[in-house]
Design a protein around this ligand. Structure first.
Ligand SMILES: [Fe+2]
Length: 128
């Protein structure tokens, strides 16, 4: 018997598709929760958690930006092919080394050339 889609099933499929879409565009800030004042501190921004974003000539992640509260700290520019091009399976991942003097609140942005700007959750870092 063929699979027959019903409203509930379609809704479920759409929900999964949306989860995929949201996941592959979302920025995730990864770093330690404490830093030492005046020393280099690594902050990695990964785009996508369970799903990888495409790396096609007309559809790729072009910038990854790191903010501390209202201050723009760093930005990486990427080009199509940085993950191996069409069919690539990896996630965009950028590590910024920043120096902090006081507690920080990081937020990252990722820009998709087709689907616009996406913001991470904020991440707090204590500086001692
Ligand atoms: Fe996209």
């Amino acid at each position: 018997m063929p699979k027959i889609n019903r409203y509930e099933d379609i809704d479920q499929v759409e929900r999964e598709a949306k989860k995929d879409y949201i996941d592959r565009h979302s920025a995730f800030v990864q770093c330690a929760s404490e830093a030492k004042a005046g020393e280099a501190f690594a902050v990695t921004v990964k785009i996508g958690d369970q799903y990888a974003h495409p790396d096609d000539t007309d559809h790729y992640i072009s910038t990854v930006t790191l903010y501390n509260k209202d201050s723009k700290l760093a930005e990486a520019t990427l080009f199509a092919g940085s993950l191996g091009g069409q069919g690539a399976k990896g996630n965009t991942e950028v590590t910024f080394n920043v120096v902090l003097e006081k507690d920080a609140t990081f937020v990252a942005h990722a820009f998709c050339t087709k689907h616009g700007l996406w913001e991470s959750d904020s991440v707090e870092v204590k500086v001692a």
